[in-house]
Design a protein around this ligand. Sequence first.
Ligand code: NAD
Length: 424
Amino acid sequence: MTNASVAERPASNAFEDALRQFDAVADRLGLDAGMRDILRHCKREFTVNFPVQMDDGSVRVFTGYRVHHNEARGPVKGGLRYSANVTLDEVRALSMWMTWKCAVANLPYGGAKGGVIVDPRTLSKRELERLTRRFAAEIGLLIGPDEDVPAPDMGTDAQVMAWIMDTYSMMHGHSVPAVVTGKPVTIGGSSGRVEAPGRGVLFATQKACAYRGVPLAGASVAIQGFGNVGSTAAKLLDDAGAKIVAVSDTNGGIYKPDGLGDIDAILALKHEHGFVPDGHPGEHISNADLLELPVDILVPAALEGQIHARNADRVRAPMIVEGANGPTTPEADAILDEKGVFVVPDILANAGGVVVSYFEWVQDLQSFFWEEDEVNARLRRIIDRAFDEVTAIRDAESCTMREAAYMLAVRRVVEATQVRGIFP
Ligand code: NAD
């Protein structure tokens, strides 16, 4: 196997992919031209160039985005991404996927997403705080508990959410915990929120195994991305009896066909060395290799566009559970379908994050907090129900899981749009 580093990122455009996925379902549902036009557009797109004072006294200008795709079903919801590769089209795609994801889970939200073009690892903690607070002030025009509720995504975490909550609260003269989710529990965060996307991946995988009639216990699993979603999914799937044989991050991955062993020990090594492979006895592989391993379940949990037209026919896993948003391009989807690969799509498989964000928002608005057991039990109910609704459509329509999930979601958003009518 090769030992190349970062997975090659294909030249696909995430927003074009998102539109193609939508168009295919719009055709199936026979949507009229006006409704298609509404849903193909993001309602608001905010771009801001803002200065940040660096520790050495110099000033750097950063670019950030906040996009609202659709708010027919409620206030908009979606994460904030800090990455050197963020583009407006990527944020548009992610905001559209949030609309569908919230609708699949039947949450009273529309879809949004944001991002700043920055590699957070290159900033000191104080620089990261100043950047976050300034960006929070700039998007203060848009965000609020009844308007737009950000959450963590790639490159952001509970600390970043705490700074946003504090900045917004300072601007309003009182504490407003419900303005963001994914906060630390001490300031109104929800128990179980950090683990929620990974826990949702576990629940979706359990449902998928039951639906396909294959055991999860003993199943071999490869996971691309070892951040919040990937590492939690690895731990919980391991606890559930699956055998994690490969994990990776930007630097590449490690592979051990008989199982990597203690996931906590791999996390500890990552914290010590900065990257997954360093210091681990498993075979070192590239991200591209990981996607093509002979495993029972593949969990892409890094970023979009990883399974594409050029590698889809080499995927050997019979089941893919999408921890990341948009990891499979439409071309790859067609190839995987042809090969009979069962794909649990992102808008269902990784909905755990936004579901528990919804619980956090509800708890903040009521100032009444739940035990983690209650959070996890409610999360399971919502993922199970959404999975059953999607498979019912798949069985009735003989389509893919993605097409079925999109049909469920788009129908719900169309219904909300129609019943609200067009203002004025
Ligand atoms: P994170 O920043 O915690 O972790 C991202 C991981 O991906 C890191 O291990 C990083 O090294 C790795 N990575 C980045 N680029 C890579 C590349 N080119 N090849 C291989 N690995 C790479 O982010 P996260 O919150 O775990 O998010 C991961 C994915 O899950 C994203 O698509 C995100 O949108 C999605 N997601 C996140 C949440 C959430 O609540 N955090 C919820 C649902 C979906």
